[in-house]
Design a protein around this ligand. Structure first.
Ligand SMILES: *[C@@H]1O[C@H](CO)[C@@H](O)[C@H](O)[C@H]1NC(C)=O
Ligand SMILES: *[C@@H]1O[C@H](CO)[C@@H](O)[C@H](O)[C@H]1NC(C)=O
Ligand SMILES: *[C@@H]1O[C@H](CO)[C@@H](O)[C@H](O)[C@H]1NC(C)=O
Ligand SMILES: *[C@@H]1O[C@H](CO)[C@@H](O)[C@H](O)[C@H]1NC(C)=O
Length: 207
């Protein structure tokens, strides 16, 4: 599906007129855990996604976990961009499902020490910037993949050479739950995004 058709399609799902769309489709979004440098060499090794079988947060929403296959396909939407023609390039907006009902990647808490990334109804439609709990950023360096960060209420875009307040960790699998992504609220906690750090990464496809 072309980006334009996809925007019309999403607009239809959200009951919008396409002429009102503010945030444009940036393409299919694949998520993984790793570094951009490693992913560019060996591909996505530790794929992240959502399963209808869980794991779930305490409210029952599926959370971002390590998967071998996922139950929802995702797309990233551009609501704003810095340096569209050079690196590093930062793009921010929502990431939402394109199969089944439209849901947005959502943080359970802005501050909590064990926040997870879940699928929940989008608060704003694509005629406005996402609310802080649904605001993400992807960073283009000179790698094929993108660094992927939760931005929350920080002023967007967060400069890749600055730190963000939400530090992701891959919580190891136990015999009860698979490995999942946790975000800790640590003001000024995360170092610059050079493509070499381990964290959430994203690829964009034209599907
Ligand atoms: C892009 O992401 C998808 C979903 O995570 C994954 O299946 C695919 O292998 C990735 N593609 C590349 C080239 O890394
Ligand atoms: C974090 O949240 C998950 C999901 O609700 C829960 O299973 C886990 O026990 C929590 N971990 C800690 C360290 O609180
Ligand atoms: C973002 O939220 C945190 C937690 O509520 C708060 O301490 C901080 O001042 C907020 N930052 C901005 C820029 O609003
Ligand atoms: C999971 O592991 C814990 C501690 O290692 C153990 O006590 C518990 O019985 C295990 N649960 C299952 C369902 O195997």
């Amino acid at each position: 599906m072309s980006s334009f058709c996809r925007t019309l399609f999403i607009s239809a799902l959200l009951g919008l007129s396409a002429v009102n769309a503010w945030c444009g489709d940036n393409g299919g979004a694949g998520l993984a855990w790793g570094s951009q440098a490693e992913a560019d060499k060996i591909g996505f090794n530790t794929i992240l996604g959502f399963k209808s079988s869980g794991p779930f947060d305490t409210a029952g929403n599926p959370i971002l976990t390590v998967v071998s296959s996922f139950d929802w396909s995702l797309a990233a939407f551009i609501c704003g961009q810095k340096n569209p023609d050079s690196y590093p390039q930062t793009t921010f907006g929502p990431v939402l499902t394109i199969s089944g009902p439209t849901l947005c990647l959502t943080i359970s808490e802005l501050e909590a020490a064990n926040a997870t990334i879940s699928l929940q109804p989008c608060v704003n439609d694509i005629t406005a910037n996402p609310v802080p709990t649904q605001m993400f950023q992807w960073i283009g360096t000179d790698y094929i993949t993108y660094g992927f960060e939760f931005i929350g209420n920080q002023s967007v875009p967060v400069d890749p050479s600055s730190s963000t307040d939400y530090v992701p960790t891959l919580v190891p699998a136990t015999n009860i739950t698979g490995a999942y992504v946790r975000l800790d609220y640590l003001p000024d906690g995360l170092p610059a995004s050079t493509g070499l750090e381990t964290g959430m990464i994203l690829n964009l496809s034209d599907d």
